[in-house]
Design a protein around this ligand. Structure first.
Ligand SMILES: C[S@@+](CC[C@H](N)C(=O)[O-])C[C@H]1O[C@@H](n2cnc3c(N)ncnc32)[C@H](O)[C@@H]1O
Length: 380
C-alpha cells in the first residue's frame, strides 16, 4: 500500500495473511523454545507495532501477540515488547492494553523508533529465546543491524545450536525495493539521489543489487530478495524460509515474509503456518469478492496453487525422487526438497496423503503414522 495514512483503517488481504502466520507460528515457537528456557520464559519483540488494533476492530499484530501470550500463560511466560515511532499509535496501543486488562508485568511499550530500542531489548532478553518481528512500511534497519540482532547474543565456545535462540521475521518490501532502486536507472542528477542509493546499500548490505536494478532482468526483484536473504543467512550463520504475500489472487506480491532461524523446527513450523495463512488469505479473498458481487463469484479452473490433489501428487513425486538417490531420509532434513513447488501451500496432511500414494506404488513399505516432522522415510 503506497498511502500509509489509511493503513490502520482495516486489514487488507496481505495483512490477513501476515496475521494468520503470526497467530499460527508464535504459539508453536514459544511452545518449542520455551520448553527448555529458564522458567519457561520467552520474549517477543514487535518492533514496528502500530496502534495494536485496526479502526474496524480487527486485531493488529500487538493484540494478536498479547492474546497468544495470554492463551499460553499456564504453559509459557511470554514477555511482549512493542516499539513504535508514532506517538499517537503508542498512546492507542497503551490504552488498548490497559482496556484489555493485560498484566503490566508481561509487556512494555517503548516509544520511538526501533533503532533507539534494539540494543536494550537484546540486552534485557539476556539468554532467553527471542522472536523479533520487523514489519515496517518500507525499508527496515540496516543489514548489519539485522545480522547483529541474530548473532550478538552468541556465546563463545558454544555450538551454533546451543546459542541463545533468536529468530527474526521480516517484512521485505518489494514496493520499497522497486521504488528506491529506480534511482540507479535515473539519468537525472538531484540532491537526494546519493542518499537514496546509500539507504538501499545500507539496507541490503552493499551495492551488489545495483546491476540487477539497472538491467532489470526477468524476476530481478526476487533475485534481490534472494541475494539479500542469502547474505544475511551467511553472515548470521542461519537459514531462512520465505513466503510471498499479495493483495489478491492475481496481483504481484507486495512483500515477502522472511523467517531467519537456525532450527529445523523453525522451518517445519513456518511451512505449516504459511500453509494455514494461505488458506485463510484465500478464504478471505473469496468472501470479499462474494460480498462485492452479491454472491456472483465466477469459478475459474483450478490452477496449481489451489489444487490440493496436484500438491499431493507433487509431494509424492518429490519424495520418490529423493528415494532414488538415497535409501531413506528424515522429513525435516529434506523439507525443501519434499515440499518443492508446494512450499507455502501444502502441510503435514498433504505429505501424509502423498506417503499413502508411495505405499500404494510400493516405493515404501508402509506410510508412517503419527507426526511426520521427524519421521524416517525408507525406500522399500
Ligand atoms: C506496517 S505498520 C505495522 C503493522 C503492525 N505490525 C500490525 O501488523 O498490526 C508499520 C508501523 O511502523 C511504524 N514505524 C515506522 N518507522 C518506524 C521506526 N523506525 N521504528 C518503529 N516504528 C516505526 C509506523 O508508524 C507503523 O505504525
Amino acid at each position: 500500500m503506497s498511502n500509509n495514512k489509511n493503513f490502520f483503517e482495516a486489514p487488507q488481504a496481505a495483512a490477513v495473511y501476515k496475521h494468520k502466520l503470526i497467530k499460527s507460528y508464535i504459539p508453536a515457537w514459544a511452545g518449542k523454545v520455551g520448553s527448555t528456557s529458564e522458567d519457561k520464559r520467552v520474549v517477543v519483540y514487535d518492533a514496528y507495532s502500530g496502534p495494536g488494533r485496526y479502526e474496524d476492530e480487527q486485531p493488529g499484530s500487538p493484540e494478536l501477540l498479547v492474546d497468544t501470550a495470554d492463551a499460553m500463560a499456564n504453559l509459557r511466560s511470554v514477555f511482549s515488547v512493542f516499539s513504535e515511532k508514532d506517538q499517537g499509535y503508542c498512546d492507542r496501543l497503551s490504552e488498548l492494553l490497559v482496556e484489555k486488562d493485560i498484566d503490566t508485568d508481561t509487556y512494555e511499550v517503548r516509544r520511538g523508533p526501533v533503532e533507539d530500542h534494539i540494543d536494550t531489548v537484546l540486552s534485557n532478553a539476556g539468554e532467553l529465546p527471542l522472536f523479533v518481528f520487523l514489519d515496517p512500511y518500507g525499508l527496515t534497519i540496516p543489514f548489519d543491524r539485522v545480522v547483529y540482532v541474530l548473532k550478538s547474543r552468541d556465546k563463545t565456545g558454544y555450538s551454533r545450536l546451543l546459542q541463545p535462540k533468536t529468530e527474526l521475521l521480516m517484512n521485505f518490501s518489494f514496493e520499497a525495493v522497486r521504488r528506491i532502486s529506480g534511482v540507479v536507472r535515473s539519468t537525472k542528477d538531484y540532491a537526494a539521489k546519493q542518499g537514496q542509493i546509500d539507504a538501499l546499500n545500507n539496507a541490503l548490505g552493499g551495492d551488489w543489487w545495483q546491476d540487477l536494478a539497472r538491467d532489470e532482468p526477468e524476476g530481478w526483484v526476487m533475485d534481490v530478495l534472494e541475494g539479500y536473504a542469502d547474505r544475511v543467512a551467511s553472515a548470521a550463520e542461519c537459514g531462512y524460509i520465505t513466503a510471498d504475500v499479495a493483495d489478491s489472487l492475481q496481483a504481484q506480491p507486495v512483500y515477502e515474509l522472511i523467517l531467519f532461524t537456525r532450527h529445523t523446527d523453525g522451518f517445519w513450523e513456518m511451512a505449516r503456518s504459511m500453509s494455514m495463512a494461505r488458506k485463510e488469505w484465500r478464504e478471505w479473498l473469496v468472501a470479499a469478492k462474494e460480498e462485492a458481487t452479491g454472491g456472483q463469484v465466477e469459478f475459474r479452473g483450478l490452477d496449481f496453487d489451489d489444487d490440493e490433489s496436484a500438491w499431493v501428487a507433487e509431494l509424492a513425486d518429490n519424495m520418490e525422487a529423493i528415494l532414488r538417490s538415497v535409501p531413506g531420509f528424515t522429513v525435516e532434513n529434506k523439507l525443501g526438497e519434499v515440499l518443492g513447488r508446494t512450499l507455502g501451500l501444502a502441510r503435514e496432511m498433504h505429505i501424509r496423503k502423498a506417503l499413502k500414494i508411495l505405499e500404494e506404488r510400493k516405493v515404501i513399505a508402509i506410510a508412517p503414522k503419527g507426526k511426520l516432522q521427524k519421521a524416517y522415510i525408507a525406500r522399500k
